[in-house]
Design a binder for this molecule. Structure first.
Ligand SMILES: O=C(O)c1cc(=O)[nH]c(=O)n1[C@@H]1O[C@H](COP(=O)(O)O)[C@@H](O)[C@H]1O
Length: 245
């Protein structure tokens, strides 16, 4: 999707990787009015449970619930049925669980979604953005290039009826070519030039991510660990606007 001035903040997801609601509220207060979409991951959800999701929805934010479900089809289906009840906007599963698991997850999510409400977007995680080529080949014993494996997983996700995949922005053009431009790409591994790389391997800047065709970018520590999150956020928004609009 080409970036529109009106939807830029709707497509920039802030990863709330905190372990307490207090940390979350402090972060949100510093980003008050600037953000529209947040991600709740394992650290926060395991600590605070569904209540934190409901709290964020009450604040008028869109929520990506990132629990990366990966289990046998029946269990994945049940997990997604439970998660569907929380009224989130996006959830994910590991594409490495295979087509049967992803299909079951989609069915479970459909069953869990309240009548009349839209089903949350269901996204497949391909190869984690912290994993590099050498680690994938030698440690995980998966042959081929990261790009080929990511595209393969994207095709499986599409076959299972998912809405898109999580990948590095670097793989977005190949994913779009293989699975179609409407197949969504959600891309973490976002690092402005001034931010530390940390544990991420397959990274781009926020503006490069959108230029490569990402539909949503996920940004965590570059903003949340900054001494001035609002300034870091606005610096990123300005860079994206300057490069992409
Ligand atoms: O599914 C994800 O969101 C995810 C997948 C992936 O391949 N890489 C990845 O970094 N993430 C998440 O995206 C966020 C990135 O955070 P930062 O590295 O701090 O910007 C974290 O919350 C990760 O859990």
């Amino acid at each position: 999707m080409p970036l529109q001035p009106t939807d830029i903040r709707e497509r920039m997801i802030v990863a709330l990787d905190f372990s307490t609601k207090k940390d979350v509220t402090q972060c949100l207060a510093r980003l008050d009015g600037l953000i529209r979409y947040v991600k709740v991951g394992m650290e926060l959800y395991y600590a605070e449970g569904p209540a934190i999701v409901h709290y964020l929805k009450e604040q008028g934010l869109k929520v990506f619930l990132d629990l990366k479900v990966h289990d046998i089809p029946n269990t994945a289906k049940g997990a997604m049925k439970s998660l569907g009840r929380h009224g989130v906007d996006m959830v994910n599963v590991h594409a490495a669980g295979g087509v049967a698991m992803m299909e079951a997850a989609r069915e479970g999510l459909e069953q869990g979604t309240a009548a009349g409400a839209p089903r949350p977007l269901l996204i497949g995680v391909t190869m984690l953005t912290s994993t590099g080529q050498q680690t994938m080949n030698e440690e995980l014993a998966i042959p081929g290039t990261v790009e080929d494996v990511v595209v393969h997983y994207a095709k499986l996700a599409k076959q299972a009826g998912l809405d898109g995949v999580v990948a590095s922005p670097l793989e977005v053009p190949m994913i779009k070519q293989a699975a179609g431009t409407d197949f969504l790409t959600v891309t973490p591994g976002i690092r402005p030039l001034w931010a530390e790389k940390g544990d991420q391997t397959r990274i781009t800047t926020p503006e490069q991510a959108f230029q490569l065709g990402s539909d949503y970018i996920v940004i965590g520590r570059a903003v949340t660990a900054s001494p001035d999150p609002a300034a870091a956020w606005e610096r990123i928004v300005n860079a994206v606007q300057a490069a992409c609009l």
